[in-house]
Design a protein around this ligand. Structure first.
Ligand code: AMP
Length: 214
């Protein structure tokens, strides 16, 4: 039995932060499709080169590129006890692909991190990420001890290229059109748990703990 957790929700709802904490607590890997894509862009792989223009515009990368990346990861040895997905699936086609690799023996739980647009725009505009280890900060709510420097590894903090208001609003509209239909998809499967995304990490983890034991 694998422990499979899907973190659903609009950009900025806290999927990456929650996923990273859960990964430490449950000792299963966090797989972020956005991080995988950014790695590919950085390394100038063929997929990365194809993906970049969509990411810069706040649009979704074509399903085949993302699906191939995720398939490669989840079938690896490290995922044999389970895994946490952040940012995948984002379309019905991706959800259907995922169904094919989840068996009846797996424990699947989908957490929907819910938050309003203005809250998300504020959170994302203030987000900074460590360019080295990926740790996420918020300039007001979770500031680094030393400005611009990661508390964990001393890496340089950067602002993501797509974390500017115009692109954030575009990403939110893409989310509503293409990803929000997945809420019903997982509700129908009876594995859907909404939790507040506009609160602190402790409270979010507390909500998740009602469903996933640790
Ligand atoms: P994220 O880091 O999850 O906010 O994703 C950043 C960008 O990567 C998104 O705006 C999309 O362009 C792309 N992306 C990430 N995950 C997916 C996915 N599952 N399907 C399509 N595009 C994705």
């Amino acid at each position: 039995m694998r422990n499979i957790i899907i973190l659903l929700g609009p950009p900025g709802a806290g999927k990456g932060t929650v996923g990273s904490e859960l990964s430490d607590i449950l000792n299963i890997p966090l797989i972020s499709s956005g991080d995988l894509l950014r790695e590919n862009v950085k390394k100038c792989t063929v997929s990365g080169e194809k993906a970049q223009k969509y990411m810069d515009a706040g649009e979704l990368v074509p399903d085949d590129i993302v699906i191939e990346m995720i398939e490669g990861r989840v079938s690896g040895e490290k995922c044999k006890e389970g895994f946490i997905l952040d940012g995948f699936p984002r379309t019905l086609v991706q959800a259907e692909m995922l169904d094919k690799i989840i068996s009846d023996k797996d424990a699947l739980n989908v957490f929907y991190l819910k938050a309003g647009d203005d809250f998300l725009v504020n959170r994302l505009s203030n987000r900074r990420v460590c360019g080295n280890c990926g740790k996420i900060y918020h300039l007001v709510n979770i500031p680094p001890k030393k400005p611009g420097v990661c508390d964990v590894c001393g890496g340089h903090l950067v602002q993501r290229q797509d974390d500017n208001e115009e692109i954030i609003r575009k990403r939110l509209s893409v989310y509503r059109d293409l990803t929000a239909p997945l809420l019903d998809y997982y509700k129908k499967k009876g594995v859907f748990y909404p939790i507040p995304g506009d609160t602190d990490i402790k409270r979010m983890l507390g909500e998740i703990k009602k469903t996933v034991q640790w």
